[in-house]
Design a protein around this ligand. Structure first.
Ligand SMILES: NC(=O)c1ccc[n+]([C@@H]2O[C@H](COP(=O)([O-])OP(=O)(O)OC[C@H]3O[C@@H](n4cnc5c(N)ncnc54)[C@H](O)[C@@H]3O)[C@@H](O)[C@H]2O)c1
Length: 328
């Protein structure tokens, strides 16, 4: 059995990852400062003896020292110690504010990596983002990890500041692996969603809540053209576990993790409406977002070649799960 240390554990990826690991009888130490989540997402596992939860902040040196001491005191009981950094300032509304995202997403990530190295952890998984593809977000076969990046910059929009910070974290983990300090990798997720997202700010919960409340959805003008793929959080967590289980894959490099099931945002509204039993949803277009790519299609050949990971939850199944939860 392994010891997993998960930051941002009550977030979409963290809570499901903790659940899946506990089911497999691994030990999980997790913490979150509830910046964008609540203890409700872990209500079913918080009392489990395999799970130690702390309301701690990644940027609080004293609290992180307590996590470090806890890890050091128990790690000898486990085969491997694996750090997974899920804590981040994530939602699109924050992407434009470089100071808001920098401390947690860059400085916090680096401090957590240093802790992992200091305690002699075996693996560090860095959750990066497909936002780093910026304006080169799609191609015929999907963008590959090795493709050169075409970034919007401060001449165009502050949006890329979030992606730039995340891109820098990919260099930190690569450097640590190249220096032989730890094994690990970065994962570029695309549009993760979950049935227990508490803040209806991401597009799927926004559509579902709006339709349920009034049968009407307000979308940005960009949505007249935009298409996206969406990844259910059970699948994003399966990808993390698959990579942790594939030692050769932990070479400091980057893995795209996404589905190839592309849908226009307008069709997504119709799919959600159908699941909610609404015949004619009303769509109102309002506002425009700069430097927002029309499509985002990732090529996932690399993770498929190096692990057994394949997404299991179709968009249809995932939306059904979300609707079922919404109607409880
Ligand atoms: N959701 C997506 O579509 C998506 C896409 C690409 C990449 N990612 C990346 O995946 C990772 C997980 O994201 P998620 O989808 O679970 O997002 P999320 O917002 O649901 O979870 C992030 C968690 O981090 C916590 N957090 C924020 N600042 C913290 C701090 N200082 N200390 C402790 N906890 C803190 C939040 O409260 C939240 O629970 C992030 O690194 C994110 O950048 C997510």
């Amino acid at each position: 059995m392994n010891l997993y240390v998960i930051s941002g554990v009550t977030g979409m990826t963290g809570n499901e990852l903790a659940r899946q690991l506990i089911e497999k009888k691994h030990k999980v130490i997790g913490f979150d400062n509830f910046f964008a989540s609540s203890v409700k997402t872990i209500a079913d596992i918080v009392e489990n003896p395999l799970f130690d939860f702390y309301e701690y902040d990644l940027n609080n040196i004293d609290e992180m020292e307590k996590i470090k001491r806890k890890v050091v005191s128990i790690k000898k009981n486990y085969n491997q110690t694996i750090y997974v950094n899920c804590a981040a300032i994530v939602h699109t509304e924050h992407f434009y504010y470089v100071n808001r995202t920098f401390e947690t997403n860059v400085v916090g990530m680096r401090a957590f990596l240093k802790q992992a190295i200091d305690v002699n952890a075996d693996v560090y998984i860095n959750c990066s983002t497909s936002e780093v593809y910026s304006m080169h977000s799609w191609s015929e076969d999907g963008v590959k990890e090795s493709d050169y990046i075409t970034m919007a910059d401060a001449e165009h929009s502050q949006r890329t500041s979030y992606a730039t910070g995340k891109l820098l974290t990919e260099f930190f983990i690569k450097d640590a692996v190249d220096e032989g300090q730890i094994k690990g990798c970065s994962i570029r997720f695309a549009n993760v969603y979950s049935k227990n997202e508490l803040f209806p700010k991401h597009i799927i919960p926004h559509i579902l809540h709006s339709l349920k409340d009034c049968g009407k959805v307000e979308l940005l003008e960009n949505s007249k053209k935009n298409k996206r793929t969406f990844l259910y959080n059970e699948d994003s967590c399966q990808a993390i576990i698959a990579l942790c289980d594939s030692s050769d894959a932990l070479d400091g490099s980057i893995y795209n993790v996404a589905t190839d099931e592309e849908i226009s945002i307008v069709d997504l509204v119709f799919l959600c409406a159908e699941k909610l039993g609404i015949d004619s949803p009303e769509i109102v277009f309002n506002g425009y977002r700069k430097s927002d790519p029309e499509r985002r299609i990732l090529n996932t050949d690399k993770i498929r070649k190096r692990t057994t990971w394949r997404p299991q939850i179709s968009l249809d199944m995932g939306i059904s799960e979300c609707v079922e939860e919404l109607e409880k």
